[in-house]
Design a protein around this ligand. Structure first.
Ligand SMILES: C[S@@+](CC[C@H](N)C(=O)[O-])C[C@H]1O[C@@H](n2cnc3c(N)ncnc32)[C@H](O)[C@@H]1O
Length: 199
């Protein structure tokens, strides 16, 4: 199977459903991202919103002074994100494509934000994905991952603290690892980890 076709289903998600029907689309930036940026723990610079969806967090980071690129496999999501950026009056580079092999230069970014990207990458692509994030982040740059927790029940993409350490500690220094809950757009409380890592 071609690598991109494994993720084709995402294209239809944004074509077949209105944004309000997508549980992750809260219509406002993620609280964990807002807290991280407001705390000043992340220096302003070149940022990548990896799997940016319809661009809510991407626009927020831009308004906060980052020079942001958003990438997602769903062209319709990128179209919506561009529209959102236009409405907000900000200039953002949006790219449609598969993030497993990101088309960016080595050390291109100071900060990579991942809201629900890694946990949708298929197990056989996880290592390539992590290597891509590592390669495109500068030394000393930060990777902020949020992913589903085991507390949502057993599933192939629900992780424990040990899973996270096993996947990422060979590439990054794990500076913070927190468990949190979030009321999602479909009214369901879901559990996540937020992980701040440094290259
Ligand atoms: C749970 S949504 C999160 C979207 C966005 N980060 C947000 O918080 O609104 C997951 C996103 O990952 C994208 N995606 C999934 N697999 C991908 C891949 N291999 N390459 C690029 N984008 C992908 C989907 O199209 C979808 O927009």
């Amino acid at each position: 199977m071609n690598e991109n076709s494994k993720y084709e289903g995402w294209k239809r998600v944004y074509e077949d459903y209105p944004l309000e029907a997508l549980p992750w689309e809260l219509g406002k930036p993620r609280k964990v991202l807002v807290e991280l940026i407001e705390s000043g723990r992340i220096g302003k610079g070149r940022a990548l919103d990896i799997c940016c969806g319809a661009g809510t967090n991407t626009v927020y980071m831009t308004l906060k002074g980052f020079e942001v690129t958003g990438m997602d496999i769903a062209p319709k999501a990128i179209e919506m994100a561009k529209e959102k950026a236009k409405k907000a009056g900000v200039d953002i580079r949006f790219i449609s494509g598969n993030v497993v092999h990101p088309p960016f230069k080595d050390e291109e970014f100071d900060f990579i934000f991942d809201m629900g990207c890694f946990h949708h990458i298929l197990p056989e692509d996880r290592e390539a994905f992590i290597k891509g994030v590592h390669r495109t982040l500068r030394v000393g740059g930060k990777y902020f991952l949020t992913c589903f927790s085991y507390k949502n029940g057993r599933a192939w993409n629900h992780f424990t603290e040990d899973d996270i350490i096993r996947h990422f500690s060979g590439y990054f220094r794990i500076k913070e690892l927190k468990h949190y809950s979030s009321l999602e757009g479909d009214g369901v409380i879901r559990y996540f980890y937020s992980v701040l890592m440094e290259k």
